[in-house]
Design a protein around this ligand. Sequence first.
Ligand code: ZN
Length: 198
Amino acid sequence: MRRFEQIGGHLAIDFVNTLGGRPEDPDDEYLNGYNDVLAWTERTSLLQPYTLADLRNAATANPELADAALERARLLRKALDRLLRANLNPKPQPRKGDTATIRTAYLEAIAHATLRPHNLHLAWAWPDGTNDLNRPLWPIALAAVDLFQTAPLQLLAQCQHCRWLFLDTSRQHNRRWCSMNACGAIMKMRRYRAAHRP
Ligand SMILES: [Zn+2]
């Protein structure tokens, strides 16, 4: 269940990692249906269980709206993906509309949000018990803007085996794999086989 792994070091990077596989040919799609968006949201604890249940019912009742929400999620992911990789090799060129896509998602998220006291601060929050199928995207859109405004993007790196991204916060900045259990283990096995080939 790789789609449930969160190794990016930031919510918005983990969201980008819902498309995995080889760097040059991404073929591991984890968001195949609207329910996958909900499953991912559940794993990241972004929504209360009863909000998830409401959204599941709303999606069953309105499959076309659910498909549209899924499409919007993938569009946001694609824009984020291109903008993030603009500083990596090889560099896919961000498209002109990518920042606009993030801005639109962010404005919609804020339009639905309220400000709630959180410790000494005020935090954006959304009322629970909504039927709006775009609800899972709101915290992701906020995280996306936070990522580009405040995250240490100089630490951004890509796994040396798959396309997953992460913030390399290791002390030596020499992290190579998304996860030692997945790509790390595969590459270790390959090296072992190559070394012990008769
Ligand atoms: Zn990997």
